[in-house]
Write a protein that binds this ligand. Structure first.
Ligand SMILES: Cc1ncc(COP(=O)(O)O)c(C=O)c1O
Length: 371
């Protein structure tokens, strides 16, 4: 049996009528730019994220870029982040005019290490970008405490963590709630995916929300009056309509991912070769990815490919070792936990519509490799 890494067609079959109706309403109205769907999506995602404001934009990359631009960075200004993430996390720091400073991860959760963040702060540090990787939140209580002591803003890259929560002092705090901003991606493969590119920023800060709204519209608060230079990063009404139609299903989809993860954990825990993902007990993990660590990873990958079992390596080359950042002077050995992860991680199918039979095939194919 072939098992894909992700089956968007299976999801589409379950929601087709609702989404097509929502899309057709936009088409019948011929109102494609900044329609009521965009404002409604902003309000609903802000509510989900316990935030005062939602600012929709064209992609998860722009959701990072716009608040980084609002920091008014110069090239010597440093922004501390993780190297074990998708490229956009650091590419946007560069494109906003600053310099990324990469620090190591906690090997248990793959999220940025608060101690490493603190050790990297210099007089040139202007901010911290935290990524809630694979669907579980970083140690925000520690990071916001460090940032507070040094007067630094925290950007939460929540592209992979919509709906994830962390219990802090007995209270559930949402992904994106605690930083200067939280940034979301609705890339089609995300837990909540559009039918194209889409992103959104959440924030508690009224003045910053205003500025971000301007920056996504060429820096103008009124038509033909530009206080600063921004860009065009509007979200299409069509994408907002798709996302609004899908949003009521998100909690159920995240729960299905959690059930699939629990089933994998049951099959893999105690296995001498396979290290299943570990969830920080403070976290409600939404399993954007289910990522194991294994020896002979590349051989296992070839075995899965031969058997038709979908899989992926997130991420095969950490950002501190990317050619475009060679001038920053990192080498193999600079970030040991990051490099150990990139050499041994493998993500398996975890999507909500995965059937028991498909999951049994994945489990059997992985374990038989080590038998
Ligand atoms: C951690 C992370 N940050 C940023 C992004 C960028 O989002 P987008 O692809 O919507 O631009 C992604 C997703 O692709 C991501 O996984």
């Amino acid at each position: 049996m072939n098992v894909p890494l992700l089956d968007l067609v299976a999801q589409y079959r379950t929601i087709k009528d609702d989404v097509l109706t929502a899309v057709m309403a936009v088409i019948e109205r011929q109102g494609f730019i900044m329609g009521p769907e965009v404002a409604q999506l902003e309000a609903e995602i802000a509510r989900l994220s316990h935030a005062r404001h939602g600012i929709a934009c064209a992609s998860g990359t722009d959701a990072l870029l716009l608040p980084l631009k609002a920091l008014d960075l110069r090239r010597d200004d440093e922004v501390i982040t993780t190297a074990f993430t998708f490229f956009a996390t650091a590419g946007t720091i560069h494109n906003a005019g600053g310099t990324p400073v990469f620090v190591d991860i906690d090997p248990v959760t793959y999220n940025i290490s608060p101690a490493a963040v603190e050790a990297a702060i210099t007089p040139k540090t202007r901010g911290i970008v935290v990524v809630h990787l694979f669907g579980q939140m970083a140690a925000m209580e520690e990071i916001t405490a460090i940032a507070g002591r040094h007067g630094l803003p925290v950007i939460e890259d929540a592209a992979q963590s919509i709906g994830a929560r962390r219990k802090i002092d007995g209270v559930w705090r949402m992904s994106g709630e605690l930083g200067m901003v939280g940034t979301l991606s609705f890339f089609p493969t995300k837990n909540l995916g559009a039918w194209g590119d889409a992103g959104l920023i959440v924030t508690q800060d009224d003045a910053l929300a205003e500025r971000l709204r301007r920056l996504r519209l060429h820096g103008g608060s009124r038509q033909y009056l530009h206080e600063e230079v921004g860009t065009n990063s509007r979200l299409d009404s069509l994408q907002a309509a798709v996302l609004l139609a899908k949003l009521p299903h998100l909690a159920r989809w995240n729960e299905a991912r959690q059930r699939n993860a629990a089933r994998y954990n049951g099959a893999f825990s105690g296995h001498p070769a396979i290290c299943p993902p570990r969830t920080d007990p403070a976290n409600d993990h939404i399993f954007h990815q289910y990522t194991i660590q294994v020896p002979q990873r590349d051989e296992l990958q070839a075995h899965l490919k031969a058997k038709g079992v979908g899989h992926a390596i997130y991420y095969p080359l950490a950002l501190h070792l990317q050619p475009c950042f060679a001038h920053l002077g990192y080498r193999r050995g600079s970030l040991p936990a990051t490099e150990a992860a990139m050499d041994s991680v493998l993500s398996l199918p975890i999507y909500p519509e995965l059937t028991r039979e498909q999951q049994d095939t994945v489990i059997e194919t992985v374990t038989s490799f080590y038998a």
